[in-house]
Design a protein around this ligand. Sequence first.
Ligand code: TMP
Length: 234
Amino acid sequence: MGDLVYEGKAKKLFTTKDPNVLLVQYKDDATAFNGEKKEIIEGKGALNNKITSYFFELLAEKSVPSHFLERLSTLEQLVKRVTIVPLEVVVRNVTAGSFAKRLGLQEGRPLPFPIVEFYYKDDSLGDPLILEDHIYALEITSKEVVVEMKEQALKINDILYEHMEQHGIRLVDFKLEFGLDHAGQVLLADEISPDTCRFWDLQSGDKLDKDRFRRNLGNVLEAYQEIEKRLGGQ
Ligand code: TMP
């Protein structure tokens, strides 16, 4: 194992022999509300590794570039080293979560078009919603990068929305992170999993994602297993 480069709430990053390649190790830790709520959910790391690998492979087939190289083992992936843009990119198809709360809306209302939002990645501030003008005024990243992230996020939404629908799941919303590689190319990074998406069963409306943990609904692991099963796992 190489040196630990970074430890986040759900993953660790290690160096490899190749300076442009990092090893990601998924953890079983679940956190919510900026780390205030914490639990270990045994088996979550393996499921998120599998599900993220599945999505990154699907996106690669549809010409969406990402940092993903290969899934190495139950908990590990190899990825290209990127510098993460400190913005979370959220795409919403249906009212839910902080959007519903902020604007006093009921959850579950389909939106007339997908909404893209940016959140500033800063734990001490609790990742606040940020406007595009704020991003430019504070020089967080360039307009080119923002435009590219938005375009990719909407393309990813089209692909994943349709794919999940075919598997009986409504893609309500999700969060993406992007990075810049050594050549300055914008690459999808981080993960796409039930930790970072809202997945509702198309028929029953049952939540099959991290909201089960955030809202103490129980059967967290079972929900993640159900997503894996729908996507063709055993
Ligand atoms: P929100 O409704 O709480 O703003 O969440 C929007 C989407 O982003 C939802 O699918 C969950 C995901 N998300 C993360 O992946 N990480 C986070 O820290 C938060 C707050 C949300």
